[in-house]
Structures are given as structure tokens and as C-alpha cells.
Design a protein around this ligand. Sequence first.
Ligand code: NAP
Length: 279
Amino acid sequence: MELLDGKKVKLEILEDLKKELSNYERKLGLVVIEVGDDPASLVYVGQKAKMASELDYNFNHIKLDENVSEEEILKIIDELNNDDMVDGILVQMPLPKHLDAKKIQNSIDPYKDVDGLSDVNAGKLMHGVDTLIPCTPYGVMDILKYYNIDVEGKHVVIVGRSDLVGKPLASLMTNNNATVTVCHSKTKDLIKHTKEADILIAAVGKKGLITGDMIKENAVVIDVGINRVDGKLYGDVDFETAKEKVSFITPVPGGVGQMTVAELAKNVVKAYTLRKDNR
Ligand code: NAP
């Protein structure tokens, strides 16, 4: 069993980006809009700010009151869409209930949508067009690539079908010639599917849902889940029983979670390039 070390891959990605960015004529601009005081968002925005500072991006954190109107956010996004120095715009989720998250995400210029969550970018990804890809699935692909785990011809089973992880990952895997099965809460006999996976990806949000007996001998297991229980982080995979079966596995913490911010950093560069080439 070998651990897939997300931190190592992240650091290499950031180092490569630093080199690439030294040739750019201006600093790239990243704006994060945060609404309210969600404690988890505070941590995630902090990680983004740290990354932006390391890469010398112009980082603007717009923090809005919990009760801000949708109209006000849409106005801010419109201004940022029209600001040529802004390359990437991201709205930190979750948003308060009175705001329509989908509408807000779709109001971001698709060439600046560094979370890759707009309908335009989701559609492009599905059609195999080079575009901005959601950071977590992008991180899964990069970690596999780093360890030379080819997905072509493999049976990839993804547990979870969210717009954030499962669905874009299914498109990415299909576009890279894997044979893909997507499971979800209504799937009958989950174990029947997971046991057939050459590469098993868990993106559910339930601690220890995937146990060793659900895994094929020598499978590659990617654990996207992040579950906080009594202040400790756990994945969706029961590591102790899984480690006896797998060839490779991502730990939690230290696996996919590490990759997300590196992929965001890459997406800012990609957003800049795509906008330059297409406008
Ligand atoms: P989500 O939107 O809640 O989606 C969860 C998915 O799991 C849904 O498709 C749901 O099915 C499915 N599901 C729920 N119970 C199931 C069960 N018993 N068997 C099979 N499928 C089941 O969550 P998400 O945003 O995709 O996130 C998933 C996990 O990844 C969470 O733990 C989250 O914290 C973590 N995450 C990690 C990162 C990272 O950087 N590593 C980034 C994003 C998310 P239905 O569609 O039928 O409801």
C-alpha cells in the first residue's frame, strides 16, 4: 500500500506556478467574496489568502454582511466582471439561505469563474472543451497523474454526484477514457458497484462509509470526504480496513484536501490565459 501524498503534489504545483508567473507582465488578480461569518469559510478564505500571497497575486477579500441583498452581490460581481485587472472571482460557499447561490455563481463571467461551478463551465467540461474545472475534481486528476496512475480503460466508481465533486469528476474521467459508474444515495447494493472499481472515489460526507470489504484487491482509493468529528478529521473511507486491500490510497487529512487550493491557484492562471486568448 502506498499513500498518495497531496501535500507533496500541492507544493510541486505551487513551485511550478511560481516559475511560470515570473514571466508574466503583471500580477494576477483574485477576488474572494465572503458573506456572513461561517467559521469554516473563515479557514478556507485564510488558506486562499496564504496561497495568493505565496504566488504574489493581487488578492482582494470582499467580506459582506450576512443580510446583504442579492442585488448588491450581483452589482459587485458585475463590476468585477468588467475590471480588466481581475482574473478570478470566487464566491465562498455556503451562502445564507436568502441568496440564490446558483444565480450568483452564474453571474460570474465564465472566463473568471475560477471555481468552475457556473452552468457554462459545467457544460463545457461535459462537452470536453478546455475550460475552468472545479478545484477538487481537478485535484483528484492531478494527484493520479503525479503518481502515474493512468485512468484510461479503468473502471472508475464514484460515490457521490454533487455539482461540486461527483458530476464534474465523472465528466473528467469519461473525457480521459475511463469507464465510469456514478453511485448516490438511491443506489441499490452499493458494495456490488464499489467492489468492481479499479479506482474507487468516495465523495459523500459520511465518515467511514466505505469499508475494506467494499474494495477490490489492489484498487486505487481516493477519499474526497472531509468529516469533522470531535474536532478530528476523517474521510469517507475507513482507513484501517481499507489499507489492507488497496494499492494506493489518499489519507485524510493530507490527501485531496491539500490539492484544492493548488488547483485554485492554477485556475487563476488558466482564467487569465483563456480570457486573453478568447477576448
Ligand atoms: P454533497 O453535495 O452533500 O453530495 C454528497 C453526495 O453523496 C450526494 O450525491 C449523495 O447522494 C451522496 N450520498 C449520500 N449518502 C450516500 C450513501 N449512503 N451512499 C451513497 N451515496 C450517498 O457533498 P459534496 O459537496 O460533494 O462533498 C462530499 C464530501 O467531500 C464532503 O465530505 C465534503 O466535505 C468533501 N469535500 C472535500 C473537498 C476537498 O477539498 N477535499 C472539497 C469539497 C468537498 P444524492 O445525490 O442522492 O443526495
